[in-house]
Design a protein around this ligand. Structure first.
Ligand code: ISE
Length: 341
């Protein structure tokens, strides 16, 4: 196993050049300081070359070859979830800092293998791309819930709406691709593990394509006795909305109301709804990347860890069972290793 010292400027291999990967290449090239895109990887050779040419770096179809490029000090993983484990293990074997888009891996068993590999390395190298933890409103909510003013959080009401989804989006993905963010936010905001999940399904919207069971209502119970409900509606049609209201002993706090510019004209008043997560969480993605680069340059790791990725995967598994059975389903979690305390 290699042990590395941090470089002066971080050479980043971006693995995967789909929607998120391409946006991260742009971000690293144009927005982030202290880093440069040192390699671009995609199984589609032509797509990799196009993305690499735009920033003037080598392109690869094999992630392992990219990690061995002498200019590469770190990796951003934005390839499909099933490809993550192999790349994460290779990165850990080279002691490389990684920012990995969610999911860490598609299931709890493989996520735990990644956690164990990081434990063997003896230090945290992986940050998971739960970008909401870098959003200004979420950060303010976290600060409020960690303070004394509002008292203990009792309930949280969340709404997560997407205008539309791709044809390949399945009913499972409402849980694993979308509600996974509320799983992470619940654990982070309340500082508690989720102990059980229940999923209720109304008659689907007639706007939902094919067999997609959209919307759904998901209920989390936490180990400290709080209840969190999540409306997930991925074909709402009107835009992208992510809202949360924490109900505490002495008050409430709401975020995601989207009070931007309000216009009044032609007998109406109103504002704009974000089209998608790239715009709604644009600043959060930028801050997440900058903080990851800064930490990597200091030889440190911050933010959501491999343990958080594993815990989210375990809650997703319970969520999928709950979705299929309609029953309250306990979450099965191994004890948290000391590395993540
Ligand atoms: C997407 O993959 C994301 O991560 C977005 O944040 C989420 O809102 C969306 O529902 C997912 O499909």
């Amino acid at each position: 196993m290699t042990t590395r010292t941090a470089p002066a400027s971080l050479g980043v291999a971006v693995v995967g050049t789909g929607k998120m990967g391409a946006d991260h290449v742009r971000r690293l090239h144009e927005v982030t300081s202290g880093a440069r895109v040192a390699a671009v990887v995609d199984v589609d050779e032509e797509r990799a070359r196009r993305a690499a040419d735009a920033v003037g770096c080598p392109s690869y179809t094999d992630p392992v070859a990219a990690l061995d490029d002498p200019g590469v000090d770190a990796a951003v993983i934005a390839s499909p979830g099933p490809a993550h484990e192999a790349i994460l293990l290779e990165a850990l074997a080279r002691d490389l800092p990684v920012l990995c888009e969610k999911p860490l891996t598609p299931d709890a068993e493989s996520a735990l293998r990644v956690v164990r590999a990081e434990e063997r390395l003896g230090r945290r190298r992986i940050q998971v791309g739960f970008m909401r933890r870098f959003d200004g409103e979420y950060l303010r909510l976290k600060e409020l819930l960690s303070g004394e003013e509002l008292g203990r959080p009792l309930l949280m009401h969340c709404r997560h709406r997407n205008a539309s989804v791709h044809d390949y989006f399945t009913t499972d993905m409402l849980i694993t691709d979308s509600v996974v963010h509320e799983m992470d936010c619940t654990r982070w905001l309340l500082g508690q593990e989720i102990s059980a999940v229940t999923v209720l399904r109304p008659a689907p919207s007639r706007q939902a394509p094919g067999e997609l069971g959209d919307p759904q209502l998901v209920l989390f119970e936490t180990e400290g006795g709080a209840l969190v409900d999540v409306e997930i509606f991925v074909t709402c049609g009107f835009g992208y909305q992510v809202q949360a209201e924490a109900v505490c002993e002495r008050g409430t706090a709401r975020i995601g109301e989207g009070h931007g510019v309000l216009t009044t004209t032609a007998g109406r008043w109103g504002g704009a709804v974000d089209p998608d997560f790239i715009t709604r969480f644009g600043d959060a993605y930028d801050l997440q990347m900058q903080r990851w680069v800064d930490a990597a340059l200091r030889g440190e790791s911050i933010g959501p860890s491999a343990w958080d990725g594993y815990a989210a995967a375990a809650v997703c598994e319970a969520g999928l069972r709950a979705q299929a059975s309609g029953e309250r389903t306990p979450v099965d979690l191994v004890p948290r290793p000391a590395l993540y305390d």
